[in-house]
Design a binder for this molecule. Structure first.
Ligand SMILES: *[C@@H]1O[C@H](CO)[C@@H](O)[C@H](O)[C@H]1NC(C)=O
Ligand SMILES: *[C@@H]1O[C@H](CO)[C@@H](O)[C@H](O)[C@H]1NC(C)=O
Ligand SMILES: *[C@@H]1O[C@H](CO)[C@@H](O)[C@H](O)[C@H]1NC(C)=O
Ligand SMILES: *[C@@H]1O[C@H](CO)[C@@H](O)[C@H](O)[C@H]1NC(C)=O
Length: 653
């Protein structure tokens, strides 16, 4: 019964775009989208309803399309035989199926032998179908569509053991969902550390220009101006888990990449990512923080400022910035005006936080069309890059004043209405989540017969927690096989039926419950006991939230004081129209107060987007609605779980 909206939606799109009168599509092949996007096709496409390219200008009165993709996931390699004599012979660098990354040879994982994998470029309302084929020996996988709400299709959210079974080697899984929320999103593996080894790509859901409040600010919004930033090791990401102690210790990346390209400053001459612009035109750049590690990256474009117009798919009142900091999972859409002299300019990515010590940086190129490579770029600006004495958006522990050269997420104002209920004094349900680490002693951790999950950071040995719980995913997905999960897997509950650990440290499956349609408030508090300054980026699946407040504590501004203010209905509001977001970096040892309308029934992961923290428990599931509200999975949805049959004694005779 609850699968009905899903079926109706699918039927509608099928009928509108395919063969009317049929209930099953037998010609999916015809809707296959190309791996490589040809920019020339974008405008030509226009209103031709017989054309099936999904990358097109989006029109308000156009029927949605079916956008079909095939993803083959494989073990792969950079600088393999297909790369010939690259980079000595630059022509060879562009050979089909040649992946270069930053020019260091290593094993990796790939989708369709591309890095990043194919970009999904569709219009709001389209139906996206992705056939994933897992061809990775000895690895299971799932893909999460980061930022896509999956309203009505929570079973397509791609979180192993929460929304589906992992897809095993040799298996295929058809992701099939309608995209209702526009924005710059991305897709990535949610299994293990595969995202950091190459299983990621961009996903842009455009809306018609007529409905974008900021469309007057840009002339072009093209696939070729999507900028996916990732971090990269020179070994497999698995090699850093649980992590080495002395050689190459910890989990800090060796490099950053822009659209899978870069250059190792010490050794390589591989081509950098190039973004072409015409003088006098204004371009919408869609910047994606596809990183996995704890280092944020600061992006600056030589001689160019930017105008921020959206974040995580939510448009904001335009604001001029000079530089932007991205954490794992953040997206920022900016307009760049090509108003400088015809030339080429550096795009500079600077690793901050723990990456500052290693001075990790990367470059890309903004090239004016017509420059004909005649004007040389200025000298490599090195780690320091360009002076950023202008406004920096999303800087670590930002003071949020807007005066001290930095802008916080709480300074951003939504350019669409925000329901007033969102800022009412008392939310319908308030949760508190204190996240941090459990520190193991060597004696505790390494006892015969105990096998706690942990990671070796630069110094202490840790597991990651929310409310002292290291979240342990169940053997069967709670969404599709909730009844198969043993009650003993779940965390103990408090008097309000929310998970609670009363012994100081627990490893269990943590599920918070939020009533359907409630205004839910979460107070997130960083209680980590390690010296590193980390702004943990928390990502909520299935919803966007409003950031009511962020900050750091001091002698007068304490957690107790903040709790008391919230309990008295005194919200520390920065903006009366707070911007929507689905990923938020929280000040180190500080806090954030977020709110969202829990109007999307399902089981939604809420987690730190630092991969090694997620892998060791810094997550929880938020159950929105009761079981009867949650859409049922399609027929034949894969099943999985433990096999622990009771042992029967066979007596002789
Ligand atoms: C580069 O390699 C291609 C074949 O992949 C060859 O045709 C071309 O001559 C080479 N160029 C140089 C400068 O060696
Ligand atoms: C902001 O102000 C603090 C002190 O209030 C100062 O230490 C810091 O350098 C300032 N930051 C910038 C970017 O000017
Ligand atoms: C959580 O753990 C810390 C130490 O690891 C302890 O001080 C604190 O009391 C614990 N909290 C709860 C609610 O058990
Ligand atoms: C403590 O923090 C509050 C709120 O951010 C601020 O107004 C106050 O000036 C700070 N006090 C000190 C002593 O830094």
């Amino acid at each position: 019964m609850n699968g009905l909206p899903y079926l109706l939606a699918l039927t509608f799109v099928t009928l509108a775009a395919a063969n009317p009168g049929r209930t099953e599509l037998d010609n999916l092949e015809e809707f296959l989208q190309p791996d490589y996007i040809l920019e020339e096709e974008f405008q030509r496409e226009g209103r031709n309803r017989f054309n099936r390219r999904c990358y097109r200008p989006c029109l308000a009165d156009e029927a949605p399309r079916i956008c079909y993709y095939r993803f083959t996931l494989e073990d792969y390699v950079t600088l393999g035989a297909q790369c010939g004599a690259c980079p000595r012979n630059v022509t060879d660098c562009f050979n089909p199926q040649c992946i270069l990354a930053d020019g260091c040879e290593r094993g990796m994982l790939s989708v369709n032998r591309m890095l990043p994998g194919p970009s999904i470029q569709v219009c709001k309302g389209d139906r996206v179908i992705v056939d994933l084929k897992n061809a990775m020996p000895a690895r299971s996988t799932t893909i999460h569509w980061h930022g896509v709400f999956q309203r009505g299709t929570p079973f397509m959210d791609g979180v192993p053991s929460i929304t589906q079974c992992s897809i095993n080697e040799g298996q295929s899984f058809r992701y099939d969902f309608q995209v209702d929320n526009e924005g710059t999103h991305f897709w990535h593996s949610h299994d293990g550390f595969q995202k950091m080894d190459g299983i990621l790509g961009s996903m842009v859901i455009r809306e018609p220009r007529s409905t974008d409040p900021n469309s007057y600010l840009y002339d072009y919004d093209l696939a070729s101006h999507v900028m996916l930033i990732s971090d990269w090791f020179h070994v497999s990401a698995d090699d850093h888990f649980p992590g080495l102690r002395t050689h190459d210790a910890g989990q800090d990346p060796d490099a950053f990449l822009i659209n899978g390209q870069g250059r190792d400053p010490k050794s390589t001459e591989t081509p950098l990512a190039v973004f072409r612009v015409s003088h006098g035109r204004k371009y919408r750049f869609r910047i994606i923080g596809g990183t996995c590690g704890v280092c944020p990256v600061q992006l600056t474009i030589e001689s160019h400022s930017m105008t921020l117009i959206a974040t995580d798919g939510n448009s904001v009142k335009p604001i001029r910035i000079d530089s932007v900091v991205l954490y794992a999972g953040d997206r920022f859409d900016v307009v760049v005006e090509a108003s400088e002299p015809l030339s080429s300019y550096w795009i500079h990515l600077k690793g901050l936080g723990p990456c500052a010590a290693a001075r990790t940086y990367q470059l890309g190129i903004l090239r004016y069309i017509g420059d004909n490579y005649n004007t040389p770029l200025s000298a490599d600006p090195g780690y320091e890059g360009f002076p950023t004495n202008g406004l920096v958006l999303n800087a670590a522990d930002g003071p949020c004043s807007g005066h001290n050269n930095s802008l916080c997420i709480t300074n951003l104002v939504s350019s669409r209405p925000v329901e007033s209920e969102m800022l009412k004094p008392f939310a319908d349900i308030s949760l508190e989540m204190r996240y941090g680490f459990h520190t193991f002693t060597v004696q505790e951790l390494f006892q015969t017969g105990t096998h706690h999950r942990y990671f070796q950071s630069a110094e202490p040995i840790l597991s990651a927690t929310v409310n002292n719980i290291s979240n342990t995913f169940p053997p069967s997905p709670i969404l599709s096989q909730g009844a198969d999960i043993s009650p003993s897997s779940f965390c103990p509950l408090d008097s309000k039926q929310q998970p609670k650990c009363s012994s100081g440290y627990c490893e269990c499956f943590s599920v918070f419950r939020v009533p359907l349609n409630a205004v839910a408030q979460i107070l997130l508090v960083d209680v980590s006991n390690i010296p590193a300054v980390l702004n943990h980026p928390f990502h909520l699946h299935g919803h966007a939230f409003r950031t009511i407040a962020t900050g750091v504590f001091n002698q007068t501004h304490t957690l107790e004081g903040l709790r008391a203010a919230l309990q008295a209905g005194r919200l520390p509001i920065m903006s009366h129209k707070p911007a929507g977001k689905d990923t938020l970096a929280i000040p180190s040892k500080g806090y954030a107060v977020i709110r969202f309308r829990a109007n999307n029934p399902g089981f939604w992961l809420f987690h730190c987007h630092f991969l090694y923290h997620l892998a060791t428990g810094m997550s929880t599931v938020i159950q929105v609605g009761e079981h009867k509200n949650i859409p049922t999975v399609p027929r034949n949805f894969p099943r999985c779980g433990n096999f622990l049959n009771p042992v029967k004694l066979r007596l002789k005779g």
